[in-house]
Design a protein around this ligand. Sequence first.
Ligand code: SAH
Length: 345
Amino acid sequence: MRNILDLDLDELKKWIKGSGEKEFRAKQVFDWIYKGCFSFSDMKNIPESLRNKLAASFQTGIPEIVEKYKSRDDDTFKFLLKYSDGNIIETVVMQYKHGNSICVSTQIGCRMGCTFCASTLHGMVRNLTAGEILGQVLAAQKNIGGRISNVVLMGSGEPLDNFDNVTKFLDIVNSEYGLNIGQRHITLSTCGLVPKMRELADMNYQITLAVSLHAPNDEIRRQMMPVANKYSMAEILDACRYYISKTNRRITFEYSLVKGKNDSLENAEELSDILKGMLCHVNLIPVNAVVENGYSKPTQKDIAAFSAVLTRKGIETTVRREMGSDINAACGQLRRSYLDEQRGE
Ligand code: SAH
């Protein structure tokens, strides 16, 4: 049965009209759903005839919460969510003073193969639909009993490898009839699929684009990310410049620091040189050693020294605060341990 969350307002209007009812009902139905009412029979201002037709054709499918973990050291929750086909994904909610932020997954698994990332270990199972991604936000809002005001597409999966579903998700999340979350409160993170970055730029969203760079040159990048064999850093940076020229938005570069791999002062110098003059910001992430690849994070001192080089060279830099590491809140780790448990590993 179709998930009604996969429809945008125009599509629902069309469907309702086609069923012989008034199309303004579509907005009323979505008012209920995006307020957190997922049962057609509770939609009081909708005529019973339409409620019955909707119930016969659609589910209001939000994923089921299988587990919820709360971090000890901060206000981070991690949800393990199950879709109706039995597939499991993870979603993280971070509560800040200025509002609640959610990190959603865009695919079940991932096929990008980054060497440090747990999400890709078991390959990709399938794309998530727009409605399934929306379902993560709705399930989390319902559970925490509060509104989510920021969305980052940084969970499992490569958002630009699921372009149509992800852009539809962006449209609905941003729309007034949907979750009404401002585009500037949305960040999409990509490993650098160049043609899709350009396509996204052409859509003129005001969202923040985050690019997982993780290396100061192609040689190191290729050792960490297979996708670097397909697109060079020069092509990625060109696509970033294009994104900036279209949107006037500052790019965030994510750089996972791995001891002995990409964390030398020389690497920092090289990174500063290639980013010089660009409207950007670097987010240093001490790598989470999750995979059996021998990666470990640099010492605090080395991280600070790396960061200092960038700052001295005029590149705005922050070091990501590690939230929720006690609950495996990073990057596909939770789904992975869940799957391993199911397999008896
Ligand atoms: N596919 C997208 C978004 C998902 S990952 C992307 O590649 O950007 C979100 C961020 O976490 C990416 O920057 C990713 O490279 C990083 N990441 C993944 N595994 C990590 C790990 N073990 N330690 C630190 N950062 C990691």
